[in-house]
Design a protein around this ligand. Structure first.
Ligand SMILES: Nc1ncnc2c1ncn2[C@@H]1O[C@H](COP(=O)(O)OP(=O)(O)OP(=O)(O)O)[C@@H](O)[C@H]1O
Ligand SMILES: [Mg+2]
Length: 356
């Protein structure tokens, strides 16, 4: 039996987890503790890096203790400590990496640095479909900071097929939610509001990047289109003060928020699905995988499944957004492959999943 202790502090969640790998190679989550800073960041309408790092410092010790207690595991029984080394906010990453180094030193355990995006990918191995995952697969990795189509050829063997040219899709959900006054984080709020709305009410133009960039995405256009559709027109002769009205959530009186949310979500989902299906066909994928915070979106899951004969696999809902179980899962595969990092392990805020 292998027991991996995972630590994640790349953004605004302080998380620790214990994942067990049994002899048959299956992964089981023994504990998954996430202390969210969302209430603190809500008042800023997004993550405030300096505050995030300080809150990790305050919380990480208690979160780690709780993970061990819930898993009923003594430190001596652990096989390794896995920690997110990047990408993410430098100050936040430093808290987790230094804490993990302290544990590795004190408990005399191997230290394994994990790529946060690889963590999102390996959250699929914590789903009920883990036994069904086969290569090659096309993974749509969609989160607050990333929108990438990845060809997964084997464990730890990836190729980047395409990514967003501007905003990440989660960022677009968050910005539009802010414009609509739906709060932060925006993805779940838009999904909820959209349930009561008409997805055809607004014809937001879909970005089509054509044959030149068949696997790329763009979300800045639709974000602007939504703002134009819902915000009051500036008085004649005055420049539109987008940021100001964005903060205030001022809307035209005739705006139906549910309709805007549903139309926006439908357009975004359409823009995610088209390149994904193209990639799955071109590369002979055995399945389409979803990962990252936006993969929690049930409308996306339904629409994608309805549009392909291929199986669509996604992580369990609580493991879509940031957590340490996924870091422990990715850490397990690295541990099994022999990766060991020294106490010189550094943070890499811009670390890509696939090196160019
Ligand atoms: N149901 C949902 N529908 C759409 N978006 C969602 C949903 N749930 C969460 N999100 C979005 O997911 C994002 C958070 O995902 P995640 O925690 O993976 O991102 P991150 O860690 O901040 O970014 P990255 O992983 O790129 O570093 C937010 O933008 C949030 O609005
Ligand atoms: Mg993430």
């Amino acid at each position: 039996m292998t027991l991996i202790f995972g630590i994640e502090t790349s953004c605004d969640e302080t998380a620790a987890a214990v994942v067990e790998a049994t002899a048959d190679g299956k992964l089981h989550v023994r504990a998954n503790i996430v202390a969210s800073q969302v209430e603190m960041h809500r008042k800023y309408g997004g993550v405030f890096p300096e505050v995030a790092a300080r809150m990790h410092v305050e919380t990480i010790h208690a979160v780690a203790r709780e993970a061990l207690a819930v898993a009923a595991v003594e430190p001596a029984a652990l096989s390794a400590i896995a920690v997110t080394k990047g990408p993410g906010l430098a100050g936040s990453l430093l808290v987790g990496v230094n804490f993990a180094k302290g544990l590795a030193l004190a408990w005399e355990k191997p230290l394994i640095g994990v790529n946060h995006l690889e963590g999102h990918l390996y959250s699929l191995w914590l789903s009920e479909h883990a036994d069904l995952l086969r290569f090659p697969a096309v993974c749509l990795l969609i989160s607050g900071g990333h929108t990438e189509l990845i060809l997964v050829r084997a464990y730890r063997d990836y190729a980047l097929l395409g990514s967003t040219l501007d905003d990440a899709v989660g960022e677009a959900f968050d910005k539009v939610a802010r414009v609509l006054g739906l709060g932060y984080p925006g993805g779940p709020a838009i999904e909820r509001a959209a349930r009561e709305g008409n997805p055809s009410a607004y014809a937001f133009a879909r970005a089509d990047l054509g044959e030149e960039r068949p696997y790329a995405f763009s979300f800045s256009g639709i974000k602007t289109a939504v703002m134009r559709a819902v915000q009051p027109q500036p008085a004649h002769g005055k420049r539109a003060r987008g940021e100001e009205s964005l903060r205030e959530g001022r809307l035209r009186p005739d705006v139906n928020i549910a309709d805007v949310a549903a139309s926006f979500q439908a357009a975004v989902v359409e823009m995610l699905i088209a390149p994904t299906l193209r990639a799955a066909e071109s590369y002979g994928a055995t399945a389409i995988w979803l990962a990252g915070g936006v993969s929690a979106n049930k409308y996306l899951r339904q629409q994608l499944s309805a549009r392909t004969q291929l199986p669509v696999y996604a992580p369990p809902l609580p493991l879509c957004t940031d957590n340490a179980a996924m870091i422990a899962a990715a850490g397990y595969f690295r541990y099994a492959a022999g990766q060991r990092d020294s106490l010189a392990l550094d943070v890499l805020p811009m670390l890509p999943l696939v090196s160019p």
